[in-house]
Design a protein around this ligand. Structure first.
Ligand code: TPP
Ligand code: SF4
Ligand code: MG
Length: 311
């Protein structure tokens, strides 16, 4: 029997099923926003009725990267900035998996920026959560690609001379088909957004504001926050790329002026994900590649044999 045949079970799932049996206590600092991501992710999985064995969580390196030590599913703690290529390969090998990649702002927008751009462009069907605390948390608070200009740290004691990256705009222009921002201090919205992001067919980019009380007091815990969908002050069409772009621009400026805007910014329906496009073109295997190794009667084969058989 295949290890993946449980996929599709329609049953009620308790979010605690995603808590490891031998529970390592998170080593995150008290008050760290990373706890908020863990809670929202478990809640979203339960709401979607996912079994832990239907899910793969790939993380990068950083405080954020520890997420899969505290989240019980298939997991791959990759190397710095490399969660996306691993997640892509896994999704191609078994498109039935719910694939989530996660990492920090340094991980995803810095060292892994190239992977971010191209995974978004290619619209790989997965959810990418970027823990945005505006610093390199794990390595003790150095300036990151999202640190505001003027932010003082050990690497920039006179204040950061560089302008920060615009993560939402970058996600949109790169080609992500779902782009949202949420915050650890807003757990209900965070869970809703993660549910939507996982339900979306294509690349979902979630910029998740995670306060780092240890190394980034400037971030002011991201409160008070405004939900742009709930507020009468903001009215734009999330399916309109130009309107979304303008709203993102305003949001990115506002954050550094002390106003925290969160919500959905861009939702593109009807565009095929990379996996769907490959299937449409007849270049996607019918059966998950990974499944072959769980079938006792299957013979091990080398990749060139496989290509030969499917020519
Ligand atoms: C190739 C490589 N370069 C540098 C490091 C050192 N390093 C580990 S975590 C980290 C920064 C993490 O910052 P971020 O991605 O924002 O995650 P956070 O800790 O803030 O969650 C760095 C520079 C590394 N592990 N690998
Ligand atoms: S250093 Fe910052 S990001 Fe890392 S666990 Fe502590 S509060 Fe969280
Ligand atoms: Mg960080």
């Amino acid at each position: 029997m295949s290890a993946f045949s449980a996929i599709g079970n329609d049953r009620e799932v308790d979010q605690n099923e995603f808590t490891p049996g031998i529970e390592p206590q998170p080593t995150w600092c008290p008050g760290c926003g990373d706890y908020g991501v863990l809670k929202a992710l478990k809640g979203a999985m339960a709401e979607l009725g996912k079994d832990p064995e239907e899910v793969l969580l790939c993380t990068g390196i950083g405080c954020s990267g520890k997420l899969n030590s505290y989240f019980d599913s298939y997991g791959f703690h990759t190397i710095h900035g490399r969660s996306l290529p691993v997640a892509r390969a896994a999704k191609l090998a078994n498109s039935d998996l719910e694939v989530v990649a996660a990492g920090g702002d340094g991980d995803g927008y810095g060292i892994g920026g190239n992977h971010f751009m191209h995974t978004a462009r290619e619209n790989h069907d997965m959810t990418y959560i970027v823990f945005n605390n505006e610093v390199f948390g794990l390595t003790k608070g150095q300036t990151s690609p999202t640190s505001p200009q003027g932010h003082k740290s050990k690497t920039q004691p006179e204040g950061n001379a560089k302008a920060p990256i615009r993560p939402l705009s970058l996600g949109l222009t790169s080609g992500a088909s779902y782009v949202a921002r949420t915050a650890a201090v807003n757990p209900n919205q965070a869970k809703e957004i993660l549910v939507e992001a996982m339900e979306h067919d294509g690349f979902s980019h979630v910029d998740f504001l995670t306060q780092c009380p240890t190394w980034n007091k400037d971030a002011k815990q991201y409160v008070p926050y405004v939900d742009i969908q709930d507020s009468d002050d903001y009215d734009f069409d999330v399916s309109d790329r130009r309107e979304a772009q303008e709203m993102m621009h305003e949001t990115e400026d506002a954050l550094y002026e002390g106003t925290v805007l969160t919500g959905r910014y861009y939702v593109e329906e009807g565009r095929r994900s990379y996996q769907q496009e490959k299937r449409h073109r007849g270049s996607m295997p019918e059966q998950p590649l990974a499944e072959r190794y769980f079938d006792d009667s299957a013979e091990w084969e080398r990749s060139f044999d496989y290509i030969d058989r499917h020519k």
